[in-house]
Design a protein around this ligand. Structure first.
Ligand code: F6P
Length: 359
């Protein structure tokens, strides 16, 4: 009898259930009745405190299109992993103990960067770990694509699409703030797909004067409105030149805005005297059902995880490389972020069609 653990960790996204379904269906095809799947509740927390349930094949039916995660999720920050919990419990030792006690043959971790760092740590502790790249941010190193990303692109693009009519009616400047943590993938794709006029991403620090000039140029060309897609991690050239500590100090001293979109809105408003509105789709970008692309991707990633378990290949992230399902060693990806390259073709092409990046 094979015993396989699975957990979903970190911020949720679409297609977590679809990925677990892919793994489970693959395992049931390979092992038939000779496999038992153990689902840990709320991510690594379930492993630390041995909070788990034995999954049944029926648990994996009817969930291909269901958003969220049936196992629940939580954040177990990597930087505190080696700090004992409030009762003095050693978290890593406890997870290793749970794995051994349950006589697991493998553990599948559906997670983003932080969670995959912990997955790598558990792999180094001798557990058979397979990672699956989950995040709407698409910032996981070692894979061209993460599941959840395309679904979030759909939602953020729709938000930008819908702003067009009201922006045109009122002749206003609108900012749609897009998630993505420290990287700009989601904003870049949603911005292009939604026809944003200006796209601001963390990898290309902006100059507010360039932004206002782009808006003025549109006004002069007779365009009644301008739409900006701004990444939640967007940063000005001025702030990008500061060190982390200096930036923190500056922010403490200055006016504190709820987020960067509001700061940019205030600056545009002051410089151009125009009305600026901010829309923040926020966590809706992680919500709802996975788009068909993500359903296919997660099914393929999940099935490949099952195949790797059968082959006894562990310590890897199931990944996508050049449209094919592949694998990348966890130790190679741990601690790295996949940023947008400001010199990438997609940026050049976006600029060619007139999109301003504020640089
Ligand atoms: O990593 C996914 C993500 O949605 C980011 O885009 C965002 O910055 C963050 O999680 C939000 O985290 P939380 O759910 O803790 O608010």
């Amino acid at each position: 009898m094979k015993r396989i653990g699975m957990l979903t960790s970190g911020g949720d996204c679409q297609a977590l259930n679809a990925t677990m379904r892919g793994i489970a269906k693959g395992l049931y095809t390979i092992y038939g009745d000779e496999v038992e799947i153990i689902g840990f509740e709320d991510g690594y927390r379930g492993m630390i405190y041995a909070d788990y349930r034995i999954m049944q094949p029926s648990d994996f039916s009817g969930i291909l299109t269901v958003g969220g995660t049936m196992l629940g999720t939580s954040r177990t920050p990597f930087k505190y992993l080696d700090e004992p919990d409030e009762n003095g419990l050693d978290k890593v030792a406890s997870m290793v103990h749970t794995y051994r006690k349950l006589k697991l043959d493998a553990l599948c971790v559906l997670g983003g960067n932080g969670s995959l760092k912990t997955a790598n740590r558990l792999s180094q502790e001798g557990l058979n770990v397979i990672g699956l790249p989950k995040t709407i941010d698409n910032d996981t190193w070692g894979t061209d694509m993460t599941f959840g990303f395309q679904s979030a692109v759909d939602i953020a693009s729709k938000a930008i699409d819908d702003i067009h009519t009201t922006a045109a009616s009122h002749g206003r400047v609108f900012i749609v703030e897009v998630m993505g943590h420290k990287v700009g993938w989601l904003t870049l794709y949603a911005g292009i797909a939604g026809g944003a006029d200006i796209i601001l991403i963390p990898e290309i620090p902006y100059d507010i004067d360039k932004v206002t000039k782009a808006i003025e140029a549109r006004n002069k060309a007779g365009k009644r409105f301008s739409i900006l897609a701004v990444a939640e991690g967007a940063i000005s050239k001025e702030n990008a030149a500061l060190g982390k500590k200096e930036l923190k100090k500056k922010k403490e001293k200055g006016l504190v805005y709820p987020s960067v979109a509001y700061e940019i809105a205030a600056e545009i408003s002051e410089k151009l005297g125009s009305e600026v509105r901010v829309t923040v789709p926020g966590h809706t970008q992680r919500g709802g059902e996975p788009c068909p692309y993500d359903r296919v991707l997660s099914t393929r990633l999940g099935a490949e995880a099952a195949r790797l378990i059968e082959k006894g290949v562990f310590g890897v992230l199931v990944s996508v490389k050049n449209q094919e399902i592949s694998k990348t060693p966890l130790e190679e990806i741990a601690g790295k972020l996949k940023y947008v390259d400001p010199k990438a073709d997609i940026i050049r092409e976006a600029k060619l069609v007139g999109i301003c990046f504020g640089d």
